[in-house]
Design a protein around this ligand. Structure first.
Ligand SMILES: [Zn+2]
Length: 311
């Protein structure tokens, strides 16, 4: 399916701001009174998620058909007709019917009200200082669609969405920046186990690359920024079988475990031992025994991975 996303948004009078390969706008769903841009669409021709959209606030998501349905208040058939007959003057080729059949409707995971997904230089002092402390760059904030909340259920937290390979929201991690005891919050129903980083994985046809497995989103973001290799972020130290199967995919040349030098890290390493039959699995440790989180601060992580993998 190829759609000219910008022309589609222009035709629907959705005013957007580009941030990398995503266009952000106020939610086009008329039932959602969206005070800040909570809605985004991928403009990434050539990728599987091109033309897919989602709202972090109300859960609206899907492809161009669902977008036209929501924005114009029409049913799927009418939306298809508008796209096909050029009523909306966008190019839209094949596979439309499938899109409707698999219509995504609404995601069960939404981000609570009050979270703002803005470029880093627009963040207020407290969350911005915390972002600096965790070595988040403006580029990382865009690549990972990171937000912050100063009010609502996640007030005082930096919010890192967990997106799947299609760019759909499947969970989030909300990290406290006010020094409170409950450091991490996740959506009530999905628990801690949803992995992150998959939306940045290269397509299945590209040359196999090493997959780096880390615990916790900030380590994953640091690895991604440092070495530009696919990252699998575990939340918690109990990856389930589907996560292990993803890591064992032939699209990865090997699996590098960059887990913490502690009991939880050992447990993760043990579980990944189960896929060693299919994939080369190795655990990389800092010779000085530091946490992966500390390694990127002085470039040690990059040196370590370059040394081990010639990345
Ligand atoms: Zn919405």
């Amino acid at each position: 399916m190829i759609v000219d996303v910008q022309r589609l948004l222009d035709a629907l009078e959705v005013h957007y701001k580009r941030r990398g390969d995503r266009l952000w706008a106020r939610c086009p769903n008329p039932d959602h009174d969206d005070p800040v841009p909570s809605w985004m669409v991928w403009d990434d021709p050539g990728s599987r998620r091109h033309g897919r959209h989602r709202c972090y606030g109300c859960g609206l998501r899907g492809g161009p058909v669902e977008l036209v349905m929501a924005a114009r208040g029409v049913d799927a058939q009418a939306a298809l007709e508008m796209l096909r007959t050029g009523d909306l003057e966008v190019s839209f080729l094949s596979a439309e019917v499938e899109l409707v059949k698999h219509g995504f409707g609404r995601s069960p995971v939404v981000v609570p009200e009050g979270v703002r997904f803005a470029p880093l230089d627009e963040w207020p002092g407290a969350p911005r200082n915390y972002a600096r402390e965790r070595c988040l760059s403006a580029e990382s904030v865009d690549r990972w669609s990171i937000g912050y909340a100063v009010d609502g259920d996640l007030a005082g937290r930096v919010v890192i969405p967990a997106l799947d390979a299609q760019g759909d929201l499947v969970g989030y991690a909300a990290r406290d920046f006010l020094g409170r005891r409950r450091k991490m919050m996740t959506p009530p129903k999905t628990g801690m186990q949803v992995p992150m980083g998959m939306h940045l994985w290269p397509s299945t046809e590209s040359k196999p690359e090493p997959l780096v497995v880390v615990e916790g989103p900030f380590d994953g973001i640091a690895v991604d920024a440092d070495v530009h290799t696919p990252v699998l972020v575990l939340q918690g130290s109990n990856p389930d079988d589907s996560v292990l199967a993803l890591a064992a995919s032939p699209r990865f040349s090997c699996v590098v475990l960059l887990t913490d030098p502690d009991k939880a890290g050992d447990r993760v390493a043990e579980q990944f031992g189960g896929i060693a039959r299919w994939s080369r699995v190795m655990r990389v440790r800092d010779p000085e025994g530091r946490d992966p989180a500390k390694l990127h601060e002085d470039g040690a992580l990059k040196r370590l991975l370059v040394k081990e993998l010639r990345l």
